[in-house]
Design a protein. Structure first.
Length: 124
């Protein structure tokens, strides 16, 4: 009978520890879920509008800019900048910014990204 009591008491202890463990897991789960639902305030503090970083960027003149200046434009890497310069040397100055689509590798998407950042000014 004494052995049976010890066994029952041991089972109750294990059952209680299991209950505590499950409560701990539930608490961690709920805490993790609450952290995912609430946006971190630090994320919004790090967001800076483009206008504050570069207030009014001067457009790059496609007819006078060298390859290095052209790489400052979004989506224009070294290879594409070299193609723009090469195209300009072979075909003469660009008449409009839209003429840039004649350069292999520049489509309407890249042209839209360059809006306001690239210009064509008449050479004197």
């Amino acid at each position: 009978m004494e052995t049976r009591r010890k066994t029952a008491w041991g089972e109750w202890v294990l059952l209680g520890l299991t209950g505590l463990f499950l409560c701990l897991l539930l608490g961690l789960f709920l805490q993790d879920r609450a952290a995912m639902a609430a946006p971190a305030s630090a994320e919004t503090a790090l967001t800076v509008p483009v206008e504050e970083v570069r207030p009014d960027p001067l457009p790059v003149n496609l007819n006078t800019a060298d390859a290095e200046a052209l790489t400052a434009l979004p989506g224009i890497g070294e290879e594409l900048a070299a193609r723009i310069v090469e195209y300009r040397e072979e075909h003469g100055p660009f008449k409009t910014v839209e003429d840039l689509t004649e350069v292999p590798g520049i489509g309407q998407g890249k042209l839209a990204a360059l809006e306001g950042l690239a210009a064509v000014e008449e050479l004197e």
